[in-house]
Unconditional design. Sequence first.
Length: 412
Amino acid sequence: MIPRALLGIILLLGAAAVTNAQPDSLWSQIYGGLGNDRFYTIQQTADGGFIAGGVTTSSGAGLEDAWIVKTDVNGNELWSQTFGTPWPERCSSICQTAEGYVIGVYAWDFWLIFTDENGGLLHSSTFGGEEREWCEVMIPTNDGGYLMAGESDAIEEGNFEFYVIKTDADGDSLWSNTFGRPWTDYCYTVAQTDDGGYMLGGYTRFSSPGSQCFWLIRLNAEGDSLWSRTYSEGVDAVCYDLKHTADGGFIAAGTTGEWAERDFYVVKTDAEGNEVWSRTFGAAGCDVCQSVLKTPDGGYLLAGYRYRVSPPGSGFGDVWLIRLDSGGDSLWSKAYGDSIGEYCNTIQSTADGLIIAGEIYPIEDAEGFLMKLGPDSIGPVPPGSFMRVLPEDSSYAGWDEQICGNELDTVY
């Protein structure tokens, strides 16, 4: 009798099977100066290039300033701009408009900046009171305006609540609202729904100090709460990104677990927020999912980073992608990196693949980092190859061309 593992190899070697191909890295670029520089947001522009935004300490008016960089299609820098005050700021989100760009800025107050096509300031609006209001995310809305979301401690100092502001196309406030529980709540992501409403995502804390869990709040078009749900109660979990799915539900992604042992965590819900399924993915060390994309086949792509804390002194991060099918099962995963630390803070689809924005540590200080990937395509199994699944990391699977039909090796 042929052993099952060997039979699997023979079948793979002899068949023109089809599997999900992992996207290749096409190019990567580093940006910044002598200080710390990071990217948190990116969008492909109409000319095929990119506009990235984040924070810099290398230049600007204060300790940390909002920073945007325009590149060509190959990631070569065309220009950059900073926006700031003596207080810390960072660019949380950016989108292209007919006139130039709109920037959502994390500052002492919510700050919405409008620029021309070269990043020159046209006008801006700030929102907030005497206390702190921090903008974590900004999205363009279907009516031509913008929605900004983050947190505020205006009600009780040091005890933050979800804070959301809707503006018109000129940045004038139409409405605002806050949502909170007894302890600290942070809002990191927002998505618009087909009915003109919104879904907010972040975390809520049950005690101080204590565990925190995913918190999703469904709003109508006027900013009123329709319902809210928590997920992964009793285990530290933070939602960093979410998307509205074709079935009317939502896919929310982030991280769960203690710092040194965090894992990717993803939850699929129905239209009413009821959990359909949830999954965790990780290995030894800290794995943080920062972003989720929907794929054309109804699946999902998770993006973030893996930080190895073992063996002691390793301390290096890699960009990490995990491809899921529509039921949340892993199709493949792939890490991108070398002996230095690379971290993915966001991923976006492009006309011909994917673009990752984050930070890299070539020596000590952080630099802005972009990586262009090819498409997540469907292709044939490479001839003379088999699927290797590594025992120390069961979430990784890749094609190995070094082991062929006339060789033997351990198949895990």
